[in-house]
Design a binder for this molecule. Structure first.
Ligand code: ZN
Ligand code: ZN
Length: 405
């Protein structure tokens, strides 16, 4: 199936795409229900479903998305071939088309050039866009993926997309099912039903992750962070972070934040199949977060504070608090890096001294962060102007009391 995007021009229905995404849920859901009622459900079908679900889902998020579209890490050739085989089996187009569409999405997010522009409606962003033919100029269509055009295995997958899709997406689960005497069960569970489930899980990223959730790292576009979306999107629920820092191989920054693709990449790293995982340095992430918090507070204060003088004072406090926190973070990170790189050459006494020094830096950072949080919280307590425009200046004075250094 071709899943191509529509940037502009008259919309023409793509009959292949339209029929495929209409028929697969009918066969996948109704067919599987009929089969389960007639022949029952065995562990064979469930195992095939789970394997195909994980293999195709991770090939899309870990492979198509974080490896081919954003190049957030390097991986060995067998891993690439796995992504190309099971990515095709996910029936979301060749990686050349997918990666190109996705780079357009990031570059032109929330505009007409965004293939799955959320401003055209939730249904359009979710799956509506796939119903239409691609009307972009074929000569320049792939200008944004020169690296993919140079990869012979990517081009092989692009040229032979359909047979690879049929082989890995449908014949393989049917064959494994046949080994246990249940070929139709394997085909329905591991082929059709799995395609439908993985489709919607991927599409949720373009719809729900641009609609619901917080925007802690950037207010510039519609991308949202949403913790409960992680399990339904193979871990792509922290989409605001991803749009802000697309070069980072993680979506969920913290180890406990649900991010299957991040965990998968880490497992491959342990086996030596992945190298050069790219992470945005902590101080840069913190800076983005603080800028958003500053903007939210500034907006609130702009509506609340009448006097220029008072506004200047509060803004000065905020700026200083932010600077203090950023500086503490950079010092702490720099000390950590120096310790990590040089500790092997140091004596045990030197290492002990440095460990103590690190504790001091960490405590300083924690303190600066606690003060910043208290200050932001206090700012949010400032009442908005009442009907007659009067404010509780005692609250403002309360904030000005916060000691920064
Ligand atoms: Zn992306
Ligand atoms: Zn997005």
């Amino acid at each position: 199936m071709r899943q191509s995007s529509l940037a502009k021009g008259n919309k023409q229905i793509d009959p292949v795409n339209a029929s495929f995404i209409t028929l697969t849920p009918i066969i996948g859901i109704l067919g599987t229900i009929w089969y389960a009622k007639t022949y029952g459900v065995t562990w064979v079908e469930l195992a095939i479903f789970v394997f195909m679900y994980l293999a195709t889902g991770l090939s899309i998020t870990g492979g198509y998305h974080r490896y081919y579209s954003h190049r957030t890490y390097d991986c060995a050739r067998p891993v690439q071939l796995f992504y190309l085989a099971f990515g095709a089996a996910a029936v979301q187009n060749s990686v050349l088309n997918w990666g190109s569409d996705h780079r357009y999405h990031h570059r032109f997010v929330d505009t007409d050039e965004d293939p799955y522009n959320i401003l055209k409606g939730a249904f359009y962003a979710h799956m509506g866009w796939i119903f239409y033919k691609d009307d972009r100029d074929a000569a320049t269509r792939f200008d944004n993926v020169p690296d993919l055009l140079k990869d012979r295995w990517v081009m092989f997958q692009h040229r032979h997309y359909l047979p690879i899709l049929v082989l890995f997406g449908f014949i393989l689960p049917a064959l494994v099912g046949a080994l246990a005497g249940r070929p139709l069960g394997g085909l329905l569970w591991g082929g059709f039903l799995r395609v439908v489930v993985v489709h919607h899980m991927t599409w949720f990223i373009n719809s729900l992750a641009h609609l619901w959730g917080a925007r802690p790292y950037s207010l510039k576009d519609t991308a949202r962070d949403n913790w409960w979306l992680g399990p339904f999107t193979f871990g792509e629920g922290y989409h605001n972070f991803h749009h802000k820092f697309q070069a980072d191989y993680r979506n969920g920054l913290r180890w406990y934040q649900f991010d299957m693709a991040k965990w998968w990449i880490n497992v491959l790293y342990v086996f030596g199949l992945v190298t050069k995982m790219r992470r945005i340095p902590e101080p840069i992430i913190l800076k983005a977060k603080l800028a958003v918090e500053m903007e939210a507070v500034a907006r609130r204060l702009a509506a609340a504070i009448a006097s220029e003088r008072m506004w200047a004072k509060v803004q000065y406090r905020l700026e200083m608090g932010r600077l203090r926190l950023e500086t503490a973070m950079i010092s702490y990170q720099a000390a950590k890096l120096e310790y990590r790189h040089r500790k092997d050459a140091w004596s045990s006494e030197m290492r002990r001294q440095w460990a103590e020094k690190l504790e001091v830096y960490e405590a300083d950072f924690e303190e600066a962060r606690a003060r910043w949080r208290a200050m932001v919280k206090a700012m949010h307590r400032i009442p908005q102007p009442s009907a007659h425009g009067l404010l509780s200046f005692t609250v403002v004075l309360d904030i000005l009391k916060y000691r920064l250094f």
